[in-house]
Design a binder for this molecule. Structure first.
Ligand SMILES: [Zn+2]
Length: 554
């Protein structure tokens, strides 16, 4: 009998396998689970060189399948100043000056994660504010949602933005009363020149930008720097128990970087990279997704999905709604694709056998996406397509049953649910108005029979899946009389593991702990089943195993 390289024992194992929900120990041989069962059964796999981890009676579960995140931008942000939660010009000044003092050679000082209201409650932030925070040196501060960046006068000057500039629709350099840029920059074409001054020159954003932009040829030194950034992001993922990543931005460049990490044995999580089809691209460009799938189809790095943005976000009223925004007659948001354009795109991608994942936040965006999936099914015939909708922050009740009918996966981010303790209700509450019963309707969607996968949307929201689990399990109705949408423990865990595996057609080999499955396993610092829901975010992985290898140990 072969022996195991790794045994995890004395554990409370949540297998996610309906036939045997719990076990005490498991053995790993190669990159697979060789045995799972009682301590005694698994002990038989122990050899002279077997590494044994004693879980101390704590939870062991499948590795997290992170169903919606942005690895490269998140990884780059880890090296910037995070100002999440820092409010007021004095506190910001202290944080930024401390940070800048240690970065004497940076061409621009970068802060990330700011709130619109970081300086004043009316959401205005000007270049003069940023001049006060850091005078003389170029300084930029990005909003957590990555749709707005603010810059000081030195940065605007250095990037050639101070006098303003004509930009494609949807992008804006906001001009001040003095005829110069106010400091507020909306969307990538406006703030791209600032990112060009950073060490990665904005290459991390090219797979995410909704505007068109070729990937510049990177030099060997730049590629090496970008790989260092990606490694930092992967290490962070491993520390949080993430063993599979559904990346939501993608291009050939990221695939090449990750493939070279894979060859070096440094890819510590499985990564799926999509083709990002932008609304400015010719329809035929979606065929590149077929070439990506053909080139990358391993268990560690793979492609075969198309990512599309159909609308924007509620905060800026760019999410596409079926009705006018409350208090804003005639305003229903900005579709990035017409119904005809999206139907044609969905039909073409579906015909190639590709999976489609669409960012759709408003009920109008969700309906247009479902209509496109239905058009594709009509044209190409029904198949197990598992097309996805990302976010679904508002849905019309008539569209709820269509998710199950069309086999669509609902890819949701618990951390942004209104009613999650600590999360601000405004401005989204006012944007949604009377539609709140169908907003962030996790349990309503689940009960309709739709498949639900949970994720973070990092770096838009914090990556920690245990924070997401706590949010899913502790949310309360945001207003009296709204339906209860909070999730049970096992539904939450399943949405972060097995359902994520389903969302990528991999439930036959991961997302559960059963013999023969890929060995993606995490050992936790406590027993999740006996941890009160409002303390789940305190749990942390003490060991993460991906593809049979220990990729993180506390
Ligand atoms: Zn996203």
């Amino acid at each position: 009998m072969t022996t195991a390289e790794l045994i995890v024992t004395n554990a409370r194992i949540l297998t996610l396998d309906g036939k045997r929900p719990h076990a005490e120990a498991l053995a790993v041989a190669g990159n697979r689970i060789a045995a799972i069962g009682s301590k005694a059964e698994v002990a038989a796999w122990k050899g002279a060189s077997t590494r044994v981890i004693d879980a101390g009676g704590n939870t062991v579960m499948p590795g997290i399948v992170e169903s919606h995140m942005h690895l490269f931008p998140g990884a780059v942000e880890l090296d910037s100043l995070m100002v999440t939660g820092i409010e007021g010009i004095d506190a910001l000044t202290r944080a930024v000056r401390d940070y800048a003092a240690n970065r004497p050679d940076d061409a621009i000082i970068v802060a990330n994660g700011a709130n619109y209201t970081a300086i004043r409650p009316d959401s205005t932030i000007t270049r003069q504010d940023l001049d006060r925070i850091l005078p003389g040196r170029p300084f930029m501060m990005a909003c957590f949602d990555h749709h707005t960046v603010w810059a000081n006068t030195a940065a605007l000057k250095a990037a050639g933005l101070l006098q303003g500039k004509t930009l494609p629709p949807g992008n804006e350099i906001v001009m001040g009363p003095d005829g110069l840029a106010s400091g507020e920059l909306k969307e990538i074409a406006a703030f791209g020149p600032l990112f060009a001054m950073t060490p990665t020159q904005g290459r991390e954003g090219l797979g995410m930008a909704t505007g068109e932009g070729p990937v510049p040829a990177a030099t060997a030194a730049q590629r090496a720097a970008d790989k260092v950034a990606l490694k930092r992001g992967l290490a962070y993922c491993a520390s949080l128990g993430i063993t599979s990543i559904h990346n939501m931005d993608g291009n050939w460049y990221q695939l090449e970087l990750l493939d070279s990490l894979r060859e070096e044995g440094a890819l510590t999580a499985r990564v799926q990279i999509p083709w990002h089809q932008k609304n400015t691209m010719a329809l035929e460009r979606v065929d590149e997704a077929v070439a990506m799938r053909a080139r990358y189809q391993g268990d560690m790095l793979y492609s075969g999905r198309v990512k599309v943005f159909i609308d924007g976000v509620l905060e800026s009223m760019t999410a596409l709604m079926l009705d006018d925004y409350p208090g804003h007659p005639g305003h229903r948001g900005q579709p990035l694709f017409s119904a005809e354009e999206f139907n044609a795109l969905a039909t073409r991608a579906d015909k190639h056998g590709l999976q489609i994942s669409v960012h759709a936040i408003g009920d109008g965006g969700v309906r247009r996406t479902l209509d496109g999936y239905e058009a594709a099914r009509k044209a190409n015939g029904a198949r197990d397509s598992r097309h996805r909708i990302e976010h679904i922050e508002v849905i019309h009740p008539a569209d709820i049953p269509r998710l199950k009918e069309l086999g669509v996966v609902a890819s949701l981010q618990p951390i942004v649910g209104l009613g999650v303790p600590g999360a601000p209700l405004e401005p989204c509450l006012s944007r949604i108005g009377e539609k709140m019963p169908y907003a962030y309707a996790w349990q309503t969607l689940r009960e309709s029979g739709a498949r639900i996968a949970f994720s973070s949307d990092w770096p838009v929201s914090p990556l920690d899946p245990f924070l997401g689990m706590q949010a899913a399990m502790t949310r309360r109705p945001a207003l009296p009389g709204l339906p209860e949408q909070r999730q049970s423990l096992m539904n939450t865990i399943s949405a972060f593991t097995l359902d994520g595996a389903y969302a990528e057609f991999a439930e036959d080999r991961k997302g559960k702990l059963v013999e023969g499955y890929l060995a993606d396993v995490i050992v936790l610092s406590g027993d999740i089943e006996t941890t009160p829901p409002d303390e789940i975010a305190e749990l942390k992985p003490v060991a993460t195993v991906c593809d049979g290898k220990i990729v993180y140990e506390a």
